[in-house]
Structures are given as structure tokens and as C-alpha cells.
Design a protein around this ligand. Structure first.
Ligand code: GDP
Length: 372
């Protein structure tokens, strides 16, 4: 049953996000509705069920996989009487935890205030005793309780600050001159940082958590005497909060201004095809979908033979698709150069380097046409 499979996948991902934020997940609730309830998102029976469970098991947070409207959030908190987070809130919280540089922190703070502003009437006042915890990082609670005007002022200040840094960064990018620029893009946790380290022999932070990378790292890489710049970018995710897309403009500018995109895919993940689609969707949103691209399918060392297949396959062939079969499918259906590697064991690394080299060379030659 395809729909149910999807729900499980989405919940798996949400649980991983919650885990990354530091929560322990004890129970999942799902509900099938033709459309969400405008007042409470879920139906009143479901809300009652959750409320009972929360009371009996001393639960302190409920997380929704979708973004809730400000009024839905308020109504649900009243009904269930527990702190409620939505997907956006959760992702913002993770970003707040992981922001390393003042630039990333400013971006996250801006996104948090933008999320907060329309929700100011709903306050966690009755939950004040539960200070801290997930969803509470970033703007402190006292700040949250100040009025909208102060937050609006803060938002314009942060925007100004970002504008200044954006200008600096844009100048920096221009100063990189005519060197070919490649950007690693991909869903979060696919192995971009690991690959960056392996290609450039640098030490970029890699971790089995979502969004280890918020800041872009640029490294000079040389393959076969051909130098180019390689950028690691923030991982993409299904339903990336719009506030983040906006405030991570400069980070995404790296992608927008790159000459070549290296799209990394975690083929060991059962929903890797959904991930590819999400990434392509975001590339389209930032108008970067027409750039030359290389598809790098990573983690072949971790491939198990029970991956789900595309929709055009019958249910019988859906399971037990081997890596070889995936390779054949993707080699023929991808309009981009495609390679299957392991960033961990470096299997097929020379093949990957050759493919990247060829693409970089093409761009290089188009810039310096009279070189030979
Ligand atoms: P990013 O979020 O895309 O930058 O992903 P990371 O580079 O942080 O990697 C996420 C996780 O995947 C880490 O635990 C890595 O060790 C792991 N990983 C990366 N590449 C491979 C690979 O080729 N094989 C396996 N098995 N794991 C990998």
C-alpha cells in the first residue's frame, strides 16, 4: 500500500529530525483526512486520543509533520494542553542549535522571528514552567513576550545585517574570478561533507544527523592539473521552511552562481528518489535547475537489496532490486553524467573524478576558447 508506505517514510524522517533536535520519540499518531481541519488540523476525536495519551504518559511535546497555521497551533494547544511544535518550528530549532558562524546565526534568528511574528498571540505562557527544551531555543522567552513592534524592528535590523554580509560575500565570489565553481547539492545527510573531505582532503564536519552543515565551505580542488572551487552547501529537505529559503539566500546563492552542480544522492536510503525530486524542486525554486549537473549516487557500500522502486514498476518487481539494476535504470534515465560511489570506502572514486574532470574541463574550455 503505497500511501501507507509514504506515511511511514515521512514519520521516519520526522522522527530523525526530532532525534537530531534532542527529543525522544515514544509514539506516532496518524490520521487520514480528505483535508486538514481548518481549526485544529486534525479531527476532534484524534485530538482527544492524543490528549489522553499525553496525560497518561506525561508527554511534554507533540510534533506535527506539517506547518500549522497560527490559529491551528493555538487551538491545538488549548485542546491538548501540551507544547506543540510543527515541522517548521522543529527545523528552525535544529538550525539554531547548529549555526556556527555569526552569519548562520543571524540567518536562523531572522527565520525564527519571521516564523514567530504571526504567532505572537499564542504564547507558551501556561507552559512556562517547562523552560528550555526543543522549540524553545533561539529568541528567549522574555523576548518572545515583548510586543510585535520590537520584533519587527529586530527583523529589519537582522535583514540589514544580512544585506551587508551578502554584499561582502557576493564581492568575495566575484573575486574568485574565472575559476570554475562546482557546488555539492543534495538532500540532508546524503554524504556531501564526507565527499567534500574525501575530494579535497580537508576536514569538514560530517555527522549522521540532519543539517550538520549550515555554513558553506569552499575548497580549492585539483583534478588532473585542473583547478576548480568546490562548495559544500546546506542540505535540502522536503518542505524546507520558506523562511529558511529566504534567509539562507546567500548560501543558496552559492548554488545559484555555481557553474556545475554535483548532486549527491544517498542510494542506501529507501526514499532516495523522493529526495532527488525534493532537491530538484528547490533548484527550480531558486532558478538553478538548468545548470550542468553530475549525479553522484553515494553509499553503495551500504546498499541492501530491499529498496523500493519507481512507480512504473509492478509490485512484484518493486522489491529486491539490486544495485546493478538501479545502476542500469539510472544510467539510462538520467540526462546527466552519472556515477555510483562510496565516499566512505572510496569505491569508484577515479571514475567519479574523471566525470567531474570532464565537466569542469568543458566549462573551462568554453571560458577560454583560444587556449589550445
Ligand atoms: P551531509 O549532510 O550530506 O553533509 O552528510 P555527511 O557527510 O554529514 O554524512 C552523513 C552520514 O552519512 C555520516 O554518518 C557519514 O559517515 C555517512 N556517510 C557518508 N558517506 C557514506 C558512504 O559512502 N557510505 C556510508 N555507509 N556512509 C556514508
Amino acid at each position: 500500500n503505497q500511501d501507507e508506505d509514504k506515511v511511514v517514510e515521512y514519520m521516519d524522517e520526522l522522527e530523525f529530525l526530532a532525534l537530531t533536535a534532542g527529543a525522544t520519540v515514544v509514539k506516532r499518531f496518524t490520521q487520514k483526512l480528505t483535508q486538514p481541519d481548518s481549526k485544529t488540523f486534525i479531527g476532534s476525536g484524534k485530538a482527544q486520543e492524543i490528549r489522553d495519551y499525553v496525560k497518561e504518559n506525561d508527554i511534554n511535546t507533540i510534533i506535527f509533520d506539517d506547518e500549522l497555521s497560527p490559529s491551528q497551533l493555538k487551538n491545538l494547544e488549548k485542546e491538548i494542553e501540551v507544547k506543540i511544535l510543527d515541522r517548521t518550528n522543529l527545523i528552525l530549532d535544529i538550525f539554531a542549535q547548529r549555526a556556527q558562524t555569526s552569519y548562520a546565526r543571524t540567518q536562523v534568528e531572522l527565520a525564527q522571528y519571521q516564523y514567530l511574528l504571526p504567532r505572537l498571540t499564542r504564547m507558551w505562557t501556561h507552559l512556562e514552567r517547562q523552560k528550555g527544551g526543543i522549540g524553545m531555543r533561539g529568541p528567549g522567552e522574555t523576548e518572545i513576550e515583548t510586543d510585535r513592534r520590537i520584533i519587527r524592528d529586530r527583523i529589519s535590523l537582522l535583514k540589514e545585517k544580512l544585506k551587508t554580509i551578502d554584499k561582502q560575500m557576493s564581492t568575495q565570489r566575484q573575486n574568485r574570478g574565472k575559476v570554475v565553481r562546482a557546488a555539492l547539492v543534495g538532500y540532508t545527510n546524503v554524504g556531501k561533507s564526507t565527499l567534500m573531505n574525501a575530494i579535497s582532503k580537508s576536514e569538514v564536519f560530517a555527522e549522521n544527523k540532519l543539517f550538520a552543515t549550515l555554513d558553506t565551505t569552499v575548497r580549492k580542488v585539483v583534478i588532473g592539473n585542473l583547478p576548480f572551487l568546490l562548495t559544500d552547501t546546506v542540505g535540502f529537505i522536503r518542505k524546507l521552511p520558506t523562511q529558511l529559503v529566504e534567509s539562507f539566500k546567500s548560501t543558496l546563492d552559492e548554488v545559484r552562481e555555481a557553474d556545475l552542480l554535483i548532486h549527491v544522492v544517498d542510494i542506501s536510503h529507501e526514499s532516495f528518489e523522493d529526495h532527488i525530486n525534493s532537491v530538484n524542486q528547490i533548484l527550480m525554486e531558486i532558478n538553478a535547475h538548468q545548470k550542468p549537473m553530475v549525479m553522484v549516487f553515494n553509499k553503495i557500500d551500504d546498499f541492501s537489496y530491499e529498496k523500493k522502486a519507481e512507480d512504473d514498476l509492478t509490485p512484484e518487481t518493486r522489491k529486491n532490486i539490486s544495485l546493478e539494476e538501479w545502476k542500469k535504470t539510472w544510467m539510462s534515465k538520467s540526462k546527466y553524467p552519472t556515477v555510483f560511489i562510496s565516499a566512505l570506502t572510496k569505491e569508484n572514486f577515479s571514475e567519479m573524478k574523471k566525470i567531474i574532470y570532464d565537466e569542469v574541463l568543458k566549462i573551462h574550455i568554453s571560458r577560454f576558447p583560444y587556449n589550445d
